[in-house]
Ligand binder design. Structure first.
Ligand code: TRP
Length: 326
């Protein structure tokens, strides 16, 4: 019998999740549940790297847990846990921070982008060490694979380097984790840019049908298709991407209609909206259930956290032995 590989997936709890999270990450996580051992990490400490206000972190973690559960993550199979509740994360982070140079971390393009986007003048020590904490997240559970988007690949590369460095210096404890990219390219937001809460161009998984409708009405389409019967270019239209994802059976017809000018944007959006709303109906129902049963959500986290602790403690014991801390 070959042993199942381990997947460590994680997100920062920054609020309610949107369609981009579903398509870019959650669907993938759910699909991988049977084939692998999964750990689902809520990176609540990582939130502090860009926002010191910790007052919303707990509420956001609960909201994110509900979104995960509603999307089909099965907590009986795969523990869901907060980083802050498993002390070994901070311990391994410290040891790992000795195994990578500051210069290497300063070169990390993912952190560089963030510093530029958020206009950060002086990066904190903790923010620079973002990927070091992420490496501890992954390696505590001996994650073989990390499902991430393109933008996170540099972080996983750093985790690989740290694992290698540790193994060379102290003996082989860690696997070298690999990124596992999602098949579907990133879903654009309603303005055609990357779907992101900070830009405000999202459809939330928890949005009610009328909210989805209203948001879709404002979606940007091909700017050259001004009048209803102008021919359009589906390849530049975000609504067409939504059709490809949520309405695969009708994409050929939509594409032809758009190109010829027979299909106007209003009608096209209506049809996409209907499909998205349908796709989210089971999600909304499950979400409503957990919203009404907060005690169950807390129990799920408690249970996930105690299971994660057992795994994390076992790895730390190996680390201490390898390093001869006794
Ligand atoms: N950096 C990830 C994000 O912003 C969150 C994260 C923290 C993570 N630790 C992780 C992702 C470990 C995968 C594995 O989405």
């Amino acid at each position: 019998m070959t042993q199942k590989k381990t997947i460590l997936s994680g997100m920062r709890p920054t609020g309610k999740l949107h369609l981009g999270h579903l398509v870019g990450a959650l669907e993938n996580w759910v699909a991988l549940q049977g084939e692998y051992n999964n750990y689902h990490l809520i990176a609540d400490y990582h939130v502090l790297t860009t926002n010191l206000d910790s007052s919303q972190i707990y509420a956001n973690a609960i909201d994110m847990t509900i979104d995960w559960l509603a999307a089909g993550i099965d907590p009986a199979r795969s523990p869901i846990f907060r980083q802050s509740q498993v002390k070994e994360h901070t311990e391994l982070h410290l040891l790992f921070s000795m195994l990578i140079t500051a210069a290497r971390l300063e070169r990390n393009p993912a952190v560089k982008d963030q510093v530029r986007d958020l206009n950060i003048e002086n990066i904190t020590y903790g923010h620079l060490g973002y990927p070091v904490l992420q490496a501890a997240d992954i390696l505590l559970y001996k994650g073989d694979l990390v499902p991430v988007g393109e933008d996170q690949v540099p972080h996983v590369e750093i985790a690989r380097e740290i694992a290698r460095r540790f193994n060379t210096q102290y003996g082989g404890v860690f696997p070298e984790p690999e990124p596992k990219l999602t098949k579907f390219a990133r879903l654009p937001g309603l303005d055609g840019k990357r779907m992101s809460k900070s830009i405000g161009n999202t459809i939330l998984l928890s949005d009610q049908p009328d909210a989805i409708q209203q948001k879709m009405r404002g979606a940007v389409t091909d700017v050259q298709k001004v009048r209803k019967n102008d021919p359009g270019r589906p390849e530049v239209c975000l609504v067409f991407t939504y059709h490809q994802k949520f309405n695969p059976g009708e994409t050929t017809e939509i594409e032809t209609g758009c190109r010829s000018g027979a299909l106007g944007c209003v009608e096209c959006k209506k049809r996409a909206c209907a499909k998205i709303t349908d796709a989210l109906t089971p999600f909304r129902e499950k979400r409503a259930y957990f919203d009404a049963h907060p005690g169950e959500v807390e129990e799920i986290l408690k249970d996930g956290e105690s299971r994660a602790r057992v795994r994390a403690a076992a790895t730390m014991a190996e680390v201490r032995t390898a390093m001869k801390f006794g």
